[in-house]
Design a protein around this ligand. Structure first.
Ligand code: SF4
Ligand code: SF4
Length: 198
């Protein structure tokens, strides 16, 4: 079981400066989705919204490309694709829209109990403070062996992780994606602190 909760108004305001395309995931019954708050938030955005896709299981890579394709023009017209889902959904959308700024509108928290059975391409550790907005859509908690949130440890060799040489360094992936969307500037933000008490 996990819970998704809308990020603070301050963060949402900063993510919605330009035009926005919104993706709502209503998939997993194991996920608590802030449906009412999301509806109010989206309504308040008014004509900033180029389109809305409300669907189930955005993490389903068999269906997602077709769903995105149907909204291609509205996605193209948006500066940001804002995804309201757990961290897995946001990562999946980011992978399928490589040149686009894809942001997480929610934080994902863990709750005890059944975690669902969906086969997933990406991992979310339900850390409660989603970093995907500053890492270009790659989760630093699961893609980095040390779950570093402030950049590379310096131990990577030929792009591979020093802890697990069979995997690519997660921060190499993050830097590559940020470069691709011309957003390396986001790494100039203040040091990220993890909220262990949440
Ligand atoms: S940063 Fe990673 S672990 Fe934390 S909520 Fe986002 S996807 Fe999940
Ligand atoms: S080499 Fe990269 S993935 Fe491995 S621990 Fe260091 S920063 Fe993380």
């Amino acid at each position: 079981m996990l819970i998704t909760e809308l990020k603070s108004k301050e963060i949402l305001d900063s993510l919605t400066q330009g035009k926005v395309f919104i993706i709502n995931c209503h998939g997993c019954k194991e996920v608590s989705f802030p449906e009412k708050e999301a509806e109010e938030f989206e309504k308040a955005l008014g004509d900033k919204v180029t389109g809305i896709l409300t669907t189930d299981y955005v993490c389903n890579i068999d269906n997602l490309p077709l769903r995105l394709e149907k909204h291609a023009a509205a996605i193209e017209a948006a500066d940001t694709v804002l995804v309201l889902s757990c961290g897995v959904g946001v990562q999946t959308v980011a992978e399928h829209l490589p040149g686009k700024r894809v942001c997480a509108a929610c934080d994902t928290y863990a709750l005890p109990g059944h975690q669902g059975v969906t086969p997933l391409e990406h991992e979310c550790d339900q850390c409660g403070q989603c970093y995907l907005n500053i890492t270009g859509g790659t989760c630093p908690i699961t893609a980095c062996s040390k779950s570093l949130v402030n950049g590379q440890c310096g131990g990577a060799k030929n792009g591979m992780c020093e802890v697990d040489p069979t995997m690519e360094c997660g921060w190499e992936r993050i830097m590559r994606k940020l470069k691709q969307v011309d957003r390396l500037d986001v790494l100039k933000c203040p040091i990220q602190l993890r909220q262990y008490n949440k």
